[in-house]
Design a binder for this molecule. Structure first.
Ligand SMILES: *[C@@H]1O[C@H](CO)[C@@H](O)[C@H](O)[C@H]1NC(C)=O
Ligand SMILES: *[C@@H]1O[C@H](CO)[C@@H](O)[C@H](O)[C@H]1NC(C)=O
Ligand SMILES: *[C@@H]1O[C@H](CO)[C@@H](O)[C@H](O)[C@H]1NC(C)=O
Ligand SMILES: *[C@@H]1O[C@H](CO)[C@@H](O)[C@H](O)[C@H]1NC(C)=O
Ligand SMILES: *[C@@H]1O[C@H](CO)[C@@H](O)[C@H](O)[C@H]1NC(C)=O
Length: 950
C-alpha cells in the first residue's frame, strides 16, 4: 500500500512537472526523465528544485535549445540504481557520473538511445553486470571511461563500430573473455582506427592477443593491457603501430620470445613486459631512442650479459630487469648515463667487482640484491642509494657495510609547507597559499610514468602546475593544488594524493566539484613525465551551497505545491513592489535630493539597491590616500579611476566623475539602481557609490590583472595562449550577452573595447565600464543624445551614420576585439583599420598563408590553433557592415563555446605526447597547420563585411 502510494505520488509529480515544464524552458520529455531521476537518486544538488531544470539552471546540467545536452555530476555522493531514467535524454552529449560510489546497478541496453553521446565517464562508481552491446550504436562516442567499477562479461565487439572513439578505458573491472577482433562481418577492436587510448588493464581477459588486433592504420599511442590473463605470444603486428608511446603487457601469462618487430616502434617511451613467461633472448631495444622506462623483470629469458642498449639509450631513466638471468660484469659506462634514476637488477647472476665510476648521478638508486658480486671499487665515499645485500661481498664481516642494508630508502615527496607557523581550526586544511580551506581530496592513478625517483619534487611541481593551469584555463575557482604521498602500488601504478583548494570561498559548490572531476577524468592535460591517469575521490565533504538531505516523495510534492504558492505570492509581491517603486521614484523626482530619505547606516538594506553600499566621501578619500596620483589607475572623459582599499580589506576601483560629466541626481540614482542589479561573473560588479559633497562616484570590484589591451601589448605580463584567448573571448561574449539579453532593462554597452575588458586573478574576463554611459531607456525617451559615444576603431559605422543605437553596435565592437585577440594588433595601426586589413588579406590571397601571418606569434608555440579559422570568420561576421547581418551576442557565445570545445579536445590530444617527443611533434603540427592549403577562406564570409570602408 505504501509502495503504491509513493508510486502514485511519483506519477502525480511527473504529471505536475510536465505541466510546469510546458511553461518552462525544458523539453518535457527531458524534464520527465530528470524528475524520474530525482525521485530515484539521492544527494542530487540542492538546487534541483522547481519545475524547469534548464530554466532554473540545475547544477551539473547544460541545456541547449531546451534539451539537456550535458550532465556532469562527478563526486556528488549520488546514490541510486536506476540508470535507465537517463536513457530518454536523447540529446545528451556528455554524461559524467564519476566518483559516486553509491551509484550501482547495471547499464541497460536502452543506453543505446543516447545517439548523440560523445563522452561517457563512469569512473569509480559501483556499476556491475555486462556492458551492453548497444553501446556500439553510439556513433558519436569519442571518450569512454568505465574504469573502477565491477563490470563483468566480455568486451562487446560492437565497440568496434565506434569510428570516432579516441579513448577507450575499461580498466579495473571484472571483464573476461578474449579481446574481440573482427571476424567476417562482425567488428572488433581492430576496427577502432581513430582510437589513441586502449586501456583494458586490471581485468580478467584471457586468450591470445590476436595479431589482427593491431595494424598500421591505427593511431594507438597507449596500449595498456597489464594485469589480465592473456596468453600466447606478443604479436609481431605491434611493430606496425607507428605512434605507440606506452605499451603495458606486464602481469599476464604471455610466452614465446619478444618479436624483433617491436624494435620497429621507435616512438615508444615506456615498455612494460614484467611478470610474464617470456623466453628466448633479451630483446634488442637499441633502436628505440625515446625509451625512458623499461620493465622486463620476472621472465625466463636466456642467460645473457648486460645488453648493450643499457648504455646506449639516451633518455633512459628506469630499468627493471630483476630475476632475468643476467650475468657477468655490469659495465661502468652504465652509471654515467645522465638521466638514470633507477637500476633494478636484483635476483640475477651478475658477478665480478662492482665499479660505479665517478660520474654517476647522486639520485641514482641501484638495486643489486641477490647477485654474485664479490667486491665494490668505491666502498667508501660513494653517494648514491645502493643495495648489495645477498651478494658474496656482504657475507661475513661485510654484512654491516652501508651498501649491504636490505632496505632501499625511498623517502616520499610531499608538497613543501610554505607557512609553517600557521595552523587551521576546525577541519579546514592549510593550502599551499596559506589559507584555511576545505579542499577536494582524491587520488590520481597513473597508468604509467617515465621516471622512478619519487623524491624528486620537480616532477610533482610540474604536475601541480599543469593541473592548476588546466583548472584556470577552464575557469574553475581553484586556489591551489597540493600533491603528496606518491607511491607505486602493486600494479606499478603511481598513486598521488591530491588536495584541490577552492579560491572564491572556503569550499566548493555543486557546480565546481563536478567540473573539477570532469576535467581530471577527461584528461585534457599536457603532462610531462606522467602517463595517462584517472581520478578517484570520496564525495566532497563540504559543499558551500549545502547538502540536501534525501527527501521523501511526499516532501517533494509538498515542495512543489509550496513552490507554486510561493510563486504566486512572489508574482503578487513583485507587482506590489513595482508599484511602490514607481511611487517612490515619482516622489524622488520631485525632491531635490533623491538620497535624503535613505538611511545612510542601513542603505545597504534598501531593497532597490541589491547589495550596493553607500560610502561617505571621507571613507573614499581615506581609502584612496586622498585621491593620490599613485592610486590613480586610469582616466578618461568622464574623470578618473582610483584604486582603494576599504577598511574591510576589500580592494576596489573607484570611478570619480569630473564636474562636466556629472548627471542629474535622479539619473545618478537610477543608474546605481540599475547597475546594482547587474550580477554576472563576466561583468564587473558594482560594490557601491558615493553621492556627497557634490561628488558622484561609483565603486566597483577591483580587477587585478588589468585590461585585455595591456595583456596583448608588446610586453604583456603573462602569456595568453590559444585556448586562453578563446576563454577570454567567451567570457567577454557571455558578459555582453548578459547585458543585452538578460539585464532588465537591457543595457547597450556602447564602448566595448579591449581596454574595457578586464582580467582577474584567474584570467577570467569581465566587461567593465558600461557605468557612466546612458542606458537604453534614455534613448527611448528620445533624449537628443546626438553625440555618438564610443572609441575610434571600435565604432560601428552603421551607428555612426544613422545614430540609431542597437545591441548590434556592441557586436561590431566585439568583432574588432576578436580580431585583436587573434592578431594582438591595435584596431588602428599605422593608419590601417584592423577590419579592413583582415578583409583585404582574405581577398588578396588564394591560400590563407597571408591571413595566418597576421596571427600573433605569441599565441603558440605548443598550440595547434584549432578553430582559428572559425574565430576569424566569427570576427568578420560581427563586423559586417549591416547590423542585421551580425550575429547576436548569444549566437557569438555559442560559436565560441563550440570553438573552445574543439580546441580543448585537440589540446588534450596533444597532451598525450610524452615529454621526450613533445616539442618536436608540436612543432611539426604547427607547420602542418600553416601549410594547410586545402583550407579555403574565401566564400566563408558574407560579402557585406568586405566592403566596409573607413
Ligand atoms: C543530435 O545531433 C545532431 C547533429 O548535431 C542534431 O541535428 C540532432 O538534433 C541531435 N539529436 C537530438 C535528439 O538532439
Ligand atoms: C566470464 O565470467 C562469467 C561470470 O561473471 C562466467 O559465467 C563466464 O563463463 C566467464 N567467461 C569466460 C570466457 O571466462
Ligand atoms: C616496420 O616499419 C616500417 C616503416 O618504418 C614498415 O614499413 C614495416 O612494415 C614495419 N614492420 C612491421 C613488422 O610492421
Ligand atoms: C623469477 O621469475 C620467474 C619467471 O621467470 C618466476 O616464476 C619466479 O617467481 C621469479 N622469482 C622471484 C623471486 O621473483
Ligand atoms: C662471471 O660470470 C661469467 C658467466 O657466468 C663467467 O664466465 C665469469 O668467469 C664470471 N666472472 C667472475 C669474475 O667470476
Amino acid at each position: 500500500m505504501l509502495e503504491m502510494g509513493s508510486r502514485s505520488h511519483v506519477f502525480l509529480l511527473i504529471f505536475v512537472s510536465q505541466i510546469l515544464a510546458i511553461l518552462g524552458q525544458t523539453n518535457s520529455n527531458d524534464a520527465t526523465a530528470l524528475f524520474a531521476l530525482k525521485s530515484s537518486w539521492n544527494n542530487l544538488p540542492p538546487n534541483w528544485e522547481g519545475s524547469d531544470p534548464c530554466g532554473s539552471s540545475w547544477a551539473g546540467l547544460i541545456c541547449d535549445n531546451s534539451r539537456v545536452t550535458s550532465i556532469k555530476l562527478s563526486g556528488m555522493g549520488l546514490e541510486g540504481s536506476q540508470f535507465g531514467d537517463l536513457s530518454s535524454l536523447t540529446a545528451l552529449q556528455i554524461l559524467d557520473l564519476s566518483n559516486n560510489v553509491g551509484l550501482k546497478g547495471t547499464l541497460p541496453p536502452s543506453i543505446g538511445n543516447l545517439k548523440n553521446l560523445t563522452t561517457l565517464i563512469l569512473v569509480g562508481c559501483s556499476f556491475f553486470g555486462p556492458i551492453p552491446e548497444s553501446i556500439g550504436s553510439l556513433q558519436q562516442l569519442v571518450f569512454i571511461s568505465l574504469t573502477s567499477n565491477s563490470f563483468t562479461g566480455p568486451i562487446p565487439p560492437s565497440i568496434g563500430n565506434l569510428s570516432k572513439l579516441s579513448w577507450l578505458d575499461l580498466s579495473d573491472n571484472k571483464i573476461n573473455g578474449t579481446i574481440p577482433i573482427s571476424q567476417g562481418s562482425a567488428l572488433g577492436l581492430d576496427s577502432l582506427v581513430n582510437t589513441r587510448h586502449l586501456h583494458l588493464s586490471k581485468n580478467q581477459l584471457s586468450g591470445l592477443i590476436q595479431p589482427q588486433l593491431f595494424n598500421a592504420s591505427m593511431k594507438l599511442i597507449h596500449v595498456i593491457l597489464d594485469h589480465n590473463q592473456l596468453t600466447g605470444e606478443i604479436p609481431e603486428s605491434l611493430g606496425s603501430l607507428q605512434n605507440l608511446e606506452i605499451l603495458r603487457l606486464d602481469w599476464n601469462s604471455l610466452n614465446g620470445s619478444v618479436p624483433s618487430e617491436l624494435s620497429n616502434v621507435t616512438s615508444l617511451s615506456e615498455l612494460y613486459l614484467s611478470n610474464n613467461n617470456l623466453n628466448g633472448s633479451i630483446p634488442d631495444l637499441a633502436s628505440m631512442n625515446l625509451l625512458t622506462y623499461v620493465g622486463m623483470s620476472n621472465n625466463s629469458f636466456n642467460a645473457s650479459d648486460v645488453p648493450d642498449w643499457f648504455t646506449k639509450l639516451p633518455l633512459l631513466k628506469t630499468i627493471y630487469m630483476e630475476n632475468t638471468t643476467l650475468q657477468g660484469q655490469i659495465p661502468v659506462d652504465l652509471f654515467s648515463r645522465p638521466n638514470l634514476e633507477t637500476i633494478g637488477l636484483a635476483n640475477n647472476k651478475l658477478n665480478g667487482t662492482l665499479d660505479i665510476g665517478t660520474r654517476y648521478g647522486n639520485n641514482l638508486t641501484l638495486d643489486l640484491r641477490n647477485n654474485s658480486i664479490k667486491d665494490f671499487t668505491q666502498k667508501t665515499g660513494y653517494n648514491m642509494n645502493i643495495s648489495l645485500a645477498g651478494n658474496p661481498i656482504c657475507d661475513g664481516t661485510g654484512a654491516t657495510a652501508k651498501y649491504c642494508a636490505i632496505q632501499i630508502s625511498n623517502d616520499s615527496f610531499s608538497s613543501p609547507l610554505q607557512c609553517p607557523a600557521m595552523s587551521c581550526n576546525s577541519d579546514k586544511i592549510l593550502s599551499p597559499t596559506c589559507k584555511c580551506l576545505y579542499p577536494y581530496t582524491g587520488t590520481l592513478h597513473f597508468f604509467s610514468l617515465s621516471f622512478s625517483n619519487l623524491d624528486n619534487s620537480s616532477y610533482f611541481t610540474t604536475l601541480a602546475g599543469s593541473m592548476m593551469s588546466a583548472f584556470l584555463s577552464n575557469g574553475l575557482p581553484v586556489d591551489s593544488v597540493s600533491l603528496s604521498d606518491p607511491t607505486v602500488d602493486v600494479y606499478s601504478y603511481l598513486q598521488i594524493e591530491a588536495q584541490i583548494f577552492p579560491s572564491t570561498q572556503d569550499s566548493f559548490n555543486h557546480t565546481s566539484i563536478p567540473s573539477i572531476g570532469y576535467l581530471l577524468n577527461r584528461n585534457p592535460f599536457q603532462l610531462q613525465y606522467f602517463g595517462p591517469f584517472f581520478f578517484t575521490s570520496e564525495s566532497y565533504c563540504c559543499f558551500a551551497d549545502g547538502n540536501k538531505k534525501s527527501s521523501s516523495h511526499t516532501g517533494i510534492i509538498i515542495g512543489v505545491s509550496v513552490g507554486c504558492a510561493v510563486l504566486v505570492l512572489l508574482t503578487f509581491c513583485a507587482g506590489l513592489y513595482a508599484f511602490r517603486q514607481r511611487k517612490m521614484a515619482k516622489r524622488a523626482g520631485h525632491s531635490s535630493n533623491p538620497f535624503e530619505s535613505w538611511d545612510r547606516d542601513t542603505s545597504g538594506a534598501v531593497p532597490q539597491l541589491k547589495g550596493a553600499r553607500w560610502f561617505s566621501f571621507d571613507e573614499i578619500r581615506k581609502c584612496t590616500n586622498n585621491f593620490s596620483e599613485s592610486n590613480c589607475i586610469g582616466s578618461g572623459g568622464y574623470g578618473k579611476v582610483f584604486k582603494g582599499t576599504l577598511t574591510t580589506g576589500e580592494v576596489v576601483a573607484i570611478k570619480r566623475a569630473q564636474h562636466g560629466s556629472m548627471q542629474g541626481a535622479f539619473e545618478f540614482k537610477t543608474e546605481i539602481e540599475l547597475l546594482s542589479r547587474i550580477h554576472h561573473k563576466n561583468v564587473v560588479s558594482l560594490v557601491g557609490f558615493c553621492y556627497e559633497q557634490g561628488e558622484q562616484m561609483l565603486v566597483y570590484e577591483y580587477i587585478s590583472k588589468g585590461t585585455l589591451r595591456e595583456s596583448l601589448s608588446v610586453k604583456p605580463k603573462f602569456q595568453l595562449e590559444w585556448t586562453r584567448r578563446l576563454k577570454i573571448a567567451l567570457d567577454a561574449a557571455r558578459g555582453l550577452a548578459y547585458l543585452h539579453e538578460l539585464a532588465d532593462p537591457p543595457i547597450i554597452h556602447r564602448d566595448v573595447k579591449s581596454n574595457n575588458i578586464l582580467l582577474d586573478d584567474h584570467l577570467t574576463a569581465k566587461v567593465a565600464d558600461f557605468g557612466l554611459s546612458k542606458l537604453l531607456r534614455d534613448e527611448d525617451k528620445g533624449h537628443v543624445t546626438t553625440q555618438v559615444k564610443g572609441t575610434l576603431g571600435y565604432l560601428d559605422p552603421e551607428y555612426y551614420m544613422s545614430q540609431q543605437l542597437t545591441e548590434k553596435s556592441d557586436v561590431y565592437s566585439f568583432g574588432v576585439v576578436l580580431l585583436e585577440l587573434i592578431t594582438a594588433r591595435a584596431p588602428i595601426e599605422r593608419g590601417k583599420h584592423i577590419v579592413r586589413l583582415v578583409a583585404e588579406t582574405i581577398y588578396d590571397s588564394k591560400d590563407n598563408s597571408k591571413l595566418y601571418q597576421l596571427i600573433d606569434p605569441r599565441i603558440g608555440p605548443g598550440s595547434k590553433l584549432e578553430g582559428v579559422d572559425r574565430l576569424f570568420t566569427l570576427g568578420m561576421r560581427c563586423v559586417n557592415e549591416s547590423g542585421a547581418e551580425r550575429p547576436s551576442m548569444g549566437e557569438a557565445v555559442k560559436e565560441i563555446e563550440s570553438i573552445l570545445e574543439l580546441a580543448s579536445l585537440s589540446k588534450y590530444t596533444e597532451g598525450d605526447l610524452t615529454s621526450s617527443s613533445y616539442e618536436d611533434t608540436t612543432q611539426l603540427r604547427l607547420d602542418d597547420f600553416y601549410n594547410d592549403k586545402a583550407f579555403d577562406y574565401s566564400g566563408k564570409f558574407p560579402s557585406g563585411g568586405m566592403n566596409t570602408t573607413y
